[in-house]
Design a protein around this ligand. Structure first.
Ligand code: FRU
Length: 309
């Protein structure tokens, strides 16, 4: 009897040393901090998470909405740590402010999956998102071809303290090097349609000839289109955006409002799948890069076209 007891204590200790605490459980609580729910793309990400989690009764997801406020989002991560959740999903607003709380949670042994926008440093378990530089480069190549290598372009940038904004800008500019394409106007519209509309009004007032607007997301491209429409100039300008949600960017392409929209998958389903793997004690890659497609009126009925490089 004493021997059996000793053996089970040893086995128990061995398991504790070998597997992290969460891998010894059979059901888990996962905290999800979304940077805001005012934008359709983020509502879609939460819906994707909810749908994926619904087929895994072993996990329960607690959702929090940071309402585009870094301080609130930092507090979410700290609250999840105090509540001893088994894993954290976070789609951060900005790279710098969220880095500290994410690092603290990760260092305390809680797996943290960062989705879509990065945090500074690499103290997290896994990052999931599409390659924004690649999307920016593909958009640049597309614009170059469409304009025959010359023209006046307006760039409406996403929040430049967030990594997708930075990468979509850098990639785009890389592709335009050596071209006679001039960026006549650029502004940070912080991902928001009303800001994009206002910035575009300024661009239209200043420049008589605008050939194309490259906006870092579809709401931005749509805001620019509305500004051009109320100035009666939408017919002379092409509009390109990113996200390509079926009920947003893809619909704008079908309606002829956008000439192209580049898909930015939400990563919600993949984040749930990665969380489950981690919680079962498996190792997942540090980076999970999602594919992206471009939608134009020529290919939209065939489901778009996968980005090449
Ligand atoms: C939503 C959004 C998307 C964009 C993504 C980038 O908040 O602005 O439109 O693709 O964030 O992080």
């Amino acid at each position: 009897m004493k021997n059996i007891l000793l053996l089970s204590i040893r086995t128990f200790c061995f398991l504790c040393m070998t597997f992290p605490v969460w891998a010894q459980k059979s059901s888990w609580t996962v905290g999800m901090s979304q940077c805001n729910l005012g934008e359709p793309w983020r509502v879609q990400m939460n819906a994707d998470i909810r749908k994926a989690a619904a087929s895994h009764p072993e996990i329960k997801v607690i959702f929090k909405d940071a309402q585009n406020d870094n301080l609130r989002q930092r507090a979410h991560i700290e609250e999840f740590v105090s509540a001893k959740v088994d894993a954290i999903l976070v789609s951060p607003k900005e790279a710098a402010p969220l880095a500290g709380p994410v690092r603290d949670a990760f260092k305390k042994g809680i797996p943290v999956i960062v989705i879509d926008r990065r945090v500074l440093g690499d103290d997290y378990t896994c990052f999931i998102g599409a390659d924004n530089k690649k999307i920016g480069r593909a958009a640049g190549r597309w614009v170059k071809e469409k304009l025959g290598g010359k023209g006046n372009v307006v760039e409406l940038k996403g929040l430049m303290t967030s990594t997708p904004g930075q990468d979509r800008h850098t990639g785009f500019r890389e592709s335009l090097q050596g071209m006679k394409i001039e960026i006549v106007f650029e502004a940070d519209m912080k991902w928001l349609e009303p800001n994009a509309r206002k910035e575009m009004e300024s661009a239209l007032a200043r420049f008589e000839k605008i050939d194309l607007v490259y906006a870092h997301n579809d709401p931005g491209a749509h805001g620019a289109y509305l500004a051009a429409k109320s100035a009666g100039r939408e017919g002379n300008i092409l509009f390109v955006g990113i996200d390509a949600l079926p009920h947003e960017g893809q619909t704008y392409v079908k309606q002829g409002i956008l000439s192209a929209s580049f898909e930015y998958p939400t990563g919600g389903r993949e984040a749930v799948e990665a969380a489950i793997e981690i919680l079962r004690g498996k190792i997942v890659p540090k980076e999970i890069t999602l594919p992206s497609r471009v939608f134009t009126k020529e290919n939209i009925d065939k489901g778009g076209e996968l980005l090449a490089e």
